[in-house]
Design a protein around this ligand. Structure first.
Ligand code: S3P
Length: 460
């Protein structure tokens, strides 16, 4: 017996650059659907990211009795939704709610469900079922709901017995926007003022979007407080392009001598734009222009010119800001001259894959000099990369980071299981082809990227 699997074959790029708009921000798309659902009326969401992760949130919200209409469903074009908010009223779900591979869906939704007076069960795929959930279970239980985690080490499936919630003051043991957001959302349904203290600033999309929906959160230094019982006023939301998706092109351009790239309409929220600071420190020519501020989120254009990169040390406060970009930053480190040290990033071990080990192992397979540490890695950059067989570990950011590495490697780089890319960037391949052919010779023409089927022996 044999079975066919899809692979993405990448060859060394001859040119790179152009102008592009990346699809909608994943974090903001999740929040747009959830907050619109608890608002008091219909909300249009323009630029929603139709990726597997965000579609898990749409499915979950629909399972709770909220009508979500897809207005434009061109997967690669403008994508708009209409979410019919019911002011925080939900219908008890008839079945388990499937969160797919999406940690954001499971953790943020748990915060909302903690305050609903019914029982709901949240399930996820194999990867999500291994991810830590105690981090949300502890604070939500302190607020008065019951959560039973039936996976290993208190992981999913989760059964949530919603209840009348009491407010808490909770100091986050780890810097996590998902945990912060779960507590803030539960706080909306709690009696009194709920306060979250974060050790380091994490992305603040939940606070900004609540503010846009006329719900007040107060930030003083490292504390965020919300009064329970506030009603979200329905309104339309614009989702900016995802800077975490743009990061793959930023690094490609920065490391490609002579390239010129502009990414338009990308989210430039200061709690997410650390990648631009990192690339500037590595020597790239980066310019930003903030054009509009939609729903309180900064949006603008970023231009980057390719130069030689140099290694840097990355640790401390900036780490939560760039947590999703570290795989591609590590690729930049391998392409840079000198040493790049990444520290304080142990959280990467509990993402969709163990990203420290996945990045270090794959970079080594490509000939890079990389040493894995408990909370990061040390990369002695500048060694020539060679094409290799890359295991994506079913992790979108690993698959995309190594597609970029393949553009700089001699020979062919084969990305296995590239379908996981659809978790955050469904049209990644289309955009990659466009950026590799600045004269736009036609997207169907295979230039450097070839998607092919390989036949594997089935050993069973
Ligand atoms: C996210 C927060 C981050 C990030 C994830 C999305 C969010 O996770 O890695 O991709 O939308 O809040 P943590 O909050 O667990 O660090």
């Amino acid at each position: 017996m044999s079975r066919k699997t899809d692979v993405l074959r990448i060859k060394k790029a001859k040119s790179f650059g152009g102008e592009i708009s990346v699809p909608g921000d994943k974090s903001i798309s999740h929040r747009a659907v959830m907050l619109a659902a608890i608002s008091n009326g219909p909300c249009r969401v323009d630029g929603f990211l139709p990726s597997n992760d965000c579609l898990s949130t749409v499915g979950a919200i629909r399972a709770l009795g909220i009508q979500v209409d897809i207005l434009d469903e061109d997967k690669y074009g403008p994508y708009r939704l209409m979410v019919h908010g019911r002011g925080g009223k939900f219908t008890p779900p008839k079945e388990d709610i499937d969160c797919g591979i999406s940690g954001t869906t499971m953790r943020l939704l748990s915060g909302i469900l903690a305050g609903q007076k019914f029982i709901s069960a949240l399930v996820g795929d194999e990867s999500l079922s291994q991810r830590p959930m105690q981090r949300i279970i502890e604070p939500l239980k302190l607020m008065g709901c019951e959560i039973i985690a039936s996976g290993k080490n208190n992981s999913a499936p989760l059964t949530i017995h919603g209840a009348d919630l009491e407010s808490v003051r909770y100091e986050l043991p780890i810097a996590s926007a998902q945990v912060k957001s779960a507590i803030i959302l539960a706080g909306l349904f709690a009696k009194g003022k709920t306060t979250v203290v974060e050790p380091l600033q994490t992305r603040d999309h939940t606070e900004k979007m609540l503010d846009f929906f006329q719900v007040k959160t107060i930030r003083t230094n490292d504390e965020i407080s919300i009064d329970g019982g506030q009603v979200l006023e329905s309104r339309d939301i614009i989702v900016p392009g995802d800077i975490s998706s743009a990061a793959f092109w930023f690094v490609s351009a920065a490391a490609f001598s002579g390239s010129k790239l502009t990414v338009k309409n990308v989210g430039l929220n200061p709690s997410r734009n650390g990648i631009l600071k990192i690339l500037t420190r590595m020597g790239a020519n980066v310019s930003e222009s903030i054009d509009t501020s939609g729903n309180g989120e900064e949006i603008g254009n970023v231009s980057i010119e390719g130069v030689g990169l140099k290694g840097i040390e990355i640790d401390g406060d900036i780490v939560p800001n760039i947590i999703d970009e570290i795989p591609i930053i590590a690729v930049a480190g391998a392409l840079a001259e000198g040493k790049t040290v990444i520290k304080d990033a142990a959280e990467l071990r509990v993402k969709e894959s163990d990203r420290i080990s996945a990045v270090a192992g794959n970079l080594r397979a490509m000939g890079a000099d990389v040493k894995e540490t408990d909370d990061g890695m040390v990369i002695n950059g500048g060694k020539p990369l060679v094409g290799a067989n890359i295991d994506s570990y079913g992790d979108h950011r690993i698959a995309m980071a190594f597609s970029v590495a393949g553009l700089f490697a001699e020979g062919e780089t084969v990305i296995n299981n590239p379908e996981c890319i659809a978790v955050s960037y469904p049209n990644f391949e289309v955009h990659l082809k466009e950026l590799l052919s600045p004269n736009k010779r036609g997207l169907d023409e295979p230039i450097t990227v070839i998607r092919s089927l390989s036949v594997e022996d089935d050993k069973n």
